[in-house]
Design a protein. Structure first.
Length: 328
């Protein structure tokens, strides 16, 4: 297997340096000309899975559901091109491959010169889509799992199929062949899986990706009582929450607020990747451009609170803790 490097690594290296205070000082010294180093885009907040750990799957998300319309796509492409945004990731609160035009949208962004990445549950990919993703030079793709085997995966990802996903990833890997792109990642998070299960998972996926990582499933941020699921399901989720392993230490480096923007399907822009219900909206790209939104007073207020460590004042920050990584 070729030794490939994730093309996003230089960007991640830049945004992972510096404390929140240092980031705020650097931002303010820019005189209103700062720009995000990359952008996360939500093509839809709909999903074909009902995952137990996700506000989308548990129906605890209250904002309107939809698919990114043409006018938002046009505004996105225009902004990425005009401001030379280095990279765009198609992730957030939904399955991006559900958008009927997702391949065309990725291609439009790629033509601006930006790096492009997509997170997916992989379930909808077929040979034709994979060929198109390779042809448009997708730079990076991450396949998202939960658990470490068929039983634990299917328990956490209602609607998913562990074996089917493995076969799709194998097809993607084989179709890519010796090409340098896309960089293939696999990510899973665990609750109480055994060491044997974890080792078996590594054996299942290790031969068909360039990188895999295993972490802990974050569940304690979920308000189980607000979920539109059965009482039996709520009991299961509460039980899983008991196994969560998190360092309850706030992040000293927030790349979300200081280095990037996240854009919802309707054009709303938030400062936080974990904002599933419009808690930190700072603008809309149909009303203002990315530069104006990134340097807006609303964004500055949030950044100042984060730099001062006033995490409890902000919904998304109040429960944003460092997690304990298991392995890479």
């Amino acid at each position: 297997m070729k030794n490939r490097t994730n093309p996003f690594v230089p960007i991640y290296h830049n945004v992972n340096n510096g404390t929140n205070k240092e980031k705020e000082a650097k931002f303010l010294s820019g005189g209103g000309n700062a720009l995000p180093q990359y952008i996360d885009v939500e093509l839809t907040n709909n999903c074909n899975f009902n995952c137990r750990f996700c506000p989308t799957g548990t129906k605890s998300m209250h904002r309107m559901r939809g698919y990114m319309p043409d006018e938002v796509v046009e505004a996105l492409v225009k902004n990425v091109k005009e401001y030379n945004i280095p990279a765009v990731r198609f992730i957030r609160w939904g399955e991006p491959t559900l958008h009927p035009e997702y391949l065309d949208i990725l291609e439009k962004i790629k033509k601006t010169g930006a790096l492009i990445h997509i997170n997916t549950n992989g379930s909808l990919l077929d040979e034709a889509q994979i060929k198109r993703l390779i042809d448009i030079h997708l730079d990076s793709i991450k396949f998202s799992f939960q658990g470490a085997d068929e039983g634990t995966y299917n328990e956490m990802r209602a609607g998913g199929d562990y074996i089917k996903l493995l076969n799709i990833i194998k097809m993607f890997y084989n179709m890519r062949g010796d090409l340098e792109y896309p960089y293939i990642q696999i990510s899973t998070t665990l609750t109480d899986e055994t060491d044997e299960q974890i080792e078996n998972f590594k054996n299942d996926v290790g031969k068909y990706c360039d990188y895999y990582n295993i972490g802990f499933t974050k569940l304690n941020h979920l308000n189980v009582n607000s979920m539109k699921v059965s009482e039996e399901e709520k009991i299961k989720i509460k039980k899983l929450q008991e196994h969560e392993k998190i360092n309850h230490v706030y992040r000293s480096n927030c790349m979300e607020a200081f280095d990037k923007l996240s854009i919802n399907w309707n054009g709303d822009v938030t400062l936080c990747c974990s904002d599933y219900d419009n808690f930190m909206i700072v603008g809309n790209i149909l009303d203002n451009n990315i530069k104006e939104i990134f340097n807006s007073n609303a964004a500055k207020i949030y950044r100042n609170a984060i730099a001062k460590g006033q995490y409890g004042l902000i919904k998304c920050c109040s429960e944003c803790y460092e997690t304990i990584p298991l392995t890479k």
